[in-house]
Design a protein around this ligand. Structure first.
Ligand SMILES: *[C@@H]1O[C@H](CO)[C@@H](O)[C@H](O)[C@H]1NC(C)=O
Ligand SMILES: *[C@@H]1O[C@H](CO)[C@@H](O)[C@H](O)[C@H]1NC(C)=O
Ligand SMILES: *[C@@H]1O[C@H](CO)[C@@H](O)[C@H](O)[C@H]1NC(C)=O
Ligand SMILES: *[C@@H]1O[C@H](CO)[C@@H](O)[C@H](O)[C@H]1NC(C)=O
Ligand SMILES: *[C@@H]1O[C@H](CO)[C@@H](O)[C@H](O)[C@H]1NC(C)=O
Ligand SMILES: *[C@@H]1O[C@H](CO)[C@@H](O)[C@H](O)[C@H]1NC(C)=O
Length: 431
């Protein structure tokens, strides 16, 4: 039944994209495959849409002070204990709706020196905000809560909303906010780098065929070039996750317990201990554990980006959110960053591709050493060297691996599990 639903959704996505014009590449010849065909998309991955939002009806704002409710897509102004005006939506790791951090990634900015010119731009951009991944188990968690209330469990106090709550999210695809993020990024980058666009030929941009990746790329291009972007760019979309070598390292799975599961589990049990005890008291005869608390915390970000507002956010204090952001750091560092023995290996393909482009040659590393696709990277049609704009779209974990392969050791801090790291604590203390 569920599978049928997914299949019929895939079919309607394929039909919708097939109606879009102009996907055929002018460069394709009978002797070359059409590298740039992206519709119909047979490799979109899991594509489950969620409930249509109705924020006008569910938004409980105003929260007591102002009576005018700011007309923005997401309700992020709910009162949070200990926040004092600071924004918990900046403390959700990769799940934060996109924002520019005030500390500017701890890098000072300077204007270009006089006489210096920018001749190329290389962008490696994450896809936009999305529904939960299939692997996160939030849908079955939601089903368990609904089961419990259907069988008579009564949640109390701050958890009372669960008595008539249900899980309304889809899976994996972009939420509307995600489309906006990528469109906005295209516009931002056009202001910064539009001058590098040579409109006499089409550029090749790269992404994967996974639904959220392809749509992120398309929304960016619509922002950058306008709705006629197909006249200016060909999308080279590979079968996910093969863009930039992520998962190419065959030993990657062997270290996951040591570098992710144990540290993340330890940190989760530590920072959520008190909150779990408190919520358990409100959960009636439902056996509420640390995992339930963590799922509830994750649903704050997912419901907010999907439906506009979430009752889960206010279950947590500002400090809980600082600790949640720290959990994300531990997870990414151990998955594909400096705490993973395979982090550099996972990112090396893109770094080699970058070097080849700035040195002006096709990729010439030995086959099977980086995870790069040598068929594509040794063909000037699919690995052009004459572009000033190289626009690429990928997954968050892959960006972390690329930063690691570049050796940017400002992301190599140790992340102790007893208390949150110095820089996060100092972040939480800022006013
Ligand atoms: C740098 O840019 C300026 C202004 O567009 C231009 O006059 C100059 O020729 C450029 N120099 C190089 C080395 O490209
Ligand atoms: C919900 O309850 C049904 C019937 O008792 C059971 O078969 C199912 O496994 C439960 N689902 C979850 C997610 O707890
Ligand atoms: C939970 O409590 C309700 C209300 O007392 C009861 O109907 C239900 O059977 C209980 N469920 C479990 C799993 O004990
Ligand atoms: C390319 O840009 C030039 C200069 O701005 C403009 O005159 C021309 O119409 C543009 N061509 C296309 C195909 O957009
Ligand atoms: C390289 O990419 C092409 C085109 O997407 C694909 O057919 C081929 O299987 C890929 N090769 C590898 C080794 O991933
Ligand atoms: C690279 O790996 C592929 C698939 O594992 C294999 O078929 C191929 O022979 C390898 N090539 C080299 C040069 O080792």
């Amino acid at each position: 039944m569920a599978m049928d639903k997914i299949k019929s959704l895939m079919l309607s996505v394929a039909v919708a994209t097939a109606l879009e014009a102009g996907a055929i590449s002018p460069r394709a010849t009978p002797t070359q495959p059409d590298w740039f065909q992206t519709s119909p998309d047979l490799y979109a991955g899991t594509v489950a849409t969620g409930a249509a939002p109705f924020l006008a009806e569910i938004n409980p704002a105003p929260f007591g002070e102002a009576t005018y409710v700011h007309n923005a897509p997401l309700e992020t102004s709910e009162p949070i204990k200990g926040a004092h005006g600071r924004n918990i939506f900046h403390l959700m790791g990769d799940l934060s709706p996109y924002f520019s951090p005030e500390e500017g990634f701890c890098v000072d900015e300077y204007p270009l020196p006089r006489g210096a010119n920018i001749t190329q731009m290389h962008l490696l951009q994450r896809h936009g905000a999305r529904y939960p991944s299939s692997s996160e188990g939030l849908d079955s968690w939601g089903a368990g809560i609904v089961n419990a209330t259907a069988k008579g469990t009564v949640f109390q106090g701050e958890l009372e909303f669960l008595n008539d709550w249900s899980y309304k999210l889809g899976k994996e695809i972009l939420v509307p906010k995600g489309r906006q993020e990528l469109f906005d990024s295209g516009i931002l980058n056009f202001y910064n780098y539009g001058h590098l666009w040579d409109n006499s030929s089409k550029i090749v941009v790269r992404t994967t065929l996974q639904s959220r990746m392809l749509e992120s790329c398309e929304n960016f291009l619509a922002g950058f070039f306008g709705l006629n972007w197909r006249n200016h760019a060909n999308i080279l979309a590979t079968i996910d996750p093969a863009t930039t070598g992520e998962f190419s390292c065959t030993k990657e799975g062997e270290t996951i317990a040591d570098t992710i599961e144990i540290p993340v589990g330890t940190w989760m049990a530590t920072y959520l201990k008190e909150r779990t005890a408190e919520l358990k008291r409100l959960a009636g005869n439902y056996t509420w554990t640390v995992t339930d608390t963590y799922h509830a915390q994750s649903l704050c970000s997912y419901e907010t980006i999907s439906l506009g507002y979430s009752d889960f956010c206010r279950l947590f204090t500002y400090e809980d959110w600082v600790n949640y952001a720290y959990l994300m750091d531990i997870e990414f560092a151990g998955y594909s960053g400096f705490h993973s023995p395979t982090g550099r290996a996972q990112g090396s393909a893109w770094v080699e591709e970058f070097l080849a482009r700035i040195e002006g040659h096709l990729l010439d590393v030995p086959a099977n050493t980086t995870g790069a696709n040598m068929t594509l990277d040794t063909n000037p049609v699919t690995f052009p060297l004459d572009q000033k704009l190289y626009l690429e779209f990928t997954h968050d974990a892959n960006i972390v691996s690329v930063l690691t392969a570049f050796g940017l050791t400002q992301f190599a801090d140790p992340l102790p599990l007893r208390s949150c790291a110095f820089y996060m604590c100092s972040y939480s203390n800022e006013s």
